[in-house]
Write a new protein. Sequence first.
Lengths: 445, 445
Amino acid sequence: MVKLKDTILEADTLVTCNPSNKIVKNAAVFISNGIIQGVGTKKEINQNFSASKIIDGTNKILLPGLVNTHSHSVQTFLRGKADDYALLDWLKEVVLPGEARFTSEEVYYSSLLGFAEMVRTGTTTTNDMLTTHDSIAGIQAAEEIGIRARIGKMLMDYNDDFSEIVREDTETVIEGARKQINEYHQTHNGRIKYSLNARFLLSCSPELMKLIVETRDEYEDLMIHSHASESQAECDAVVKMYGASYFRSLKKLNALGPETILAHGIWLDDEEYEIVKQTNTRITHNPSSNCKLASGICDVLRYHSIGVIVGIGTDGPPCNNNFDMFHDMRLAAFLQKVKHLDELALPAEKVLKMATIEGAQALNWENEIGSIEVGKKADLIMVDSNDVNSFPFYNPVSHLIYSASGKDVSMTMIDGKIVYQDGSFPTIDIEKIKKAAEKYQNKME
Amino acid sequence: MVKLKDTILEADTLVTCNPSNKIVKNAAVFISNGIIQGVGTKKEINQNFSASKIIDGTNKILLPGLVNTHSHSVQTFLRGKADDYALLDWLKEVVLPGEARFTSEEVYYSSLLGFAEMVRTGTTTTNDMLTTHDSIAGIQAAEEIGIRARIGKMLMDYNDDFSEIVREDTETVIEGARKQINEYHQTHNGRIKYSLNARFLLSCSPELMKLIVETRDEYEDLMIHSHASESQAECDAVVKMYGASYFRSLKKLNALGPETILAHGIWLDDEEYEIVKQTNTRITHNPSSNCKLASGICDVLRYHSIGVIVGIGTDGPPCNNNFDMFHDMRLAAFLQKVKHLDELALPAEKVLKMATIEGAQALNWENEIGSIEVGKKADLIMVDSNDVNSFPFYNPVSHLIYSASGKDVSMTMIDGKIVYQDGSFPTIDIEKIKKAAEKYQNKME
């Protein structure tokens, strides 16, 4: 690991993403021991701090690392294996068997490849669901590359049509989770936090949900991460199994609240929106996934109008097919505009906040990350602004949301450590990972 | 210009985009004098042809250049100047005044920057609308960079709320167009074809439309390119001005047919769809623009079900904000799936055809371009497949549509000439263009 001390990062343009969304030209940030100690113009920073290393920021935009609020890194080896597939076939024929059959080594490399793509495209924090089995290999991948994550094994015990090959017994599930909490939660200087990944109500028994909620409430800063109301067919099935609609069922289980984050949240009735609001539950909007799986368009504006905190997630590569948050930021803005036939819906400024400070809020991490402010962790990215799509350059936020690509990211730093720079991944052996992906591909073909 | 003779292009994977959509592994293409002379495996090509130059294709996908069926290259200097704006304000306050006030030099550099972005992201052919004034500078930009284009001045004479600052007298409009047809149509070995760019019915008088239709019918291979049925408000205004709905009015004017291509085509009634079908009119779907301007989602599936040929366009940078066709291919697939709540809608294979061979058909250019076949023009692109989002790699078409980015394009060749390669633009001075963009930006700020 390249651990930097006392570093100045310079940039032509700095976007802070703090509440006032201050933009600084000819800017610099001073970091020490992984913490942001100074933010200002180059002149101000050079007057007040001296650093052993300066990172040049010519033709660069410096902004906080992006926060991906819903990912399945372990599905990366299934990228492109299930396109243009009906949802239930997709789950039954490709995704669940794929996850079930991964060896421990495949879990490790598939997750690591996913994390590599995240840092290469500017994501510094993710909220990640692994597999039921061999999930430790996925946590180790996150530890090694240096990504910040809420992460944990997949929890599912219910013997429905889909889960047989990947589910575990209720006791095995919860014991496995508790063991991992004790080993991994709040480790690596707080960079790794454990996550209670209840897959979705259709693969979790009421007994398991009760145990998951108890576990969440027992530990400090532990969140439940699940899917909810993704498709109409799924919502109907939940009513059949639980006797009430998705959010009513979750409420009855005490599963909602600010320490619960739910992916998708598309098919709600009026009372269910009210339940989300009253419980202060967090939502992660996953625009690419919702389009590719034809789930529907999440009403982000409605959530915002009632004060619900909404992050942006990529979901997994079988339904996206990449981890580039720039794609999902742009698509989030586009979908709200076309859904509401309102050009002013979800402007660029708001989308960038959703992918930074509000994503951090969605994960209860806003005191440490999500903006460039003194005292916060040095989770920072540099975006190149010298390619043809960067001219002219009237407004950095417009550029980042509507014109830039994750491929423009030139440097990604997490906790003060560089994890990606100009094609290199200093913390991992990227060629070894690519070879592992090819090996898996050959096995599957 | 780097004119290559007798060249072999190699590639790990070749996607032909011909009707059978053949995919060749360890492939090569032999070109001579700008024409594809051989397509096959490396072994087959090396046995049958000898070349003075071989372009290495390790970790590359070779496919036909993309066809952008609707662009406004001249608006590139306005990129990011009009985001999150209501449509009418957008047109009145930013786009039309911007176009009106461009100097000839600005028309040249703004168009050239747009074309540069197109070739950098894999577009080899575009269907482009310039300004009313100084449009020759835009045509010269296309000539110089070497892009293939249907292109011409903007035709508009009607004194409505929007057009006053850019319109011309009816006679001036049509004389200007005829002069440009005689000078530019079917020049540069057929690479530049003139286009009759009637802006939209709201800025064209019935007299002008009549003259435009007469002109189209007088010349060989000349197309009308216009906008139609983009927003509900615009459709209402057309009924007021022309006394009938958009497509009924166009039909009455004899403006429809296979030599007419219309952008957007969103708000049609059943009879209007029938009119498009009966007249064999071409439609260009512009998904980013339709989202960003909150126009609505074009029903591409419905057009396909009645046999209408539909291309994909980027539209202009104030409403996109880039010329990366990879964005628009992905979004085209996504929008149909979510509009129809059908995961199988518009699969990757079909989208890639829309952006290549069917885009060529939409522009009546399918005999020369749009697929990799012996006898066709050497309009070819190479897409790098060695970045982290390219692993695993089960299916090149899935990869191109759902995972790749225009930033992955490593080489663009038009008419056998390389116009972009690994960051370089051999036919133009890219630094000079960037400086011109900065100069315009400084003037506007």
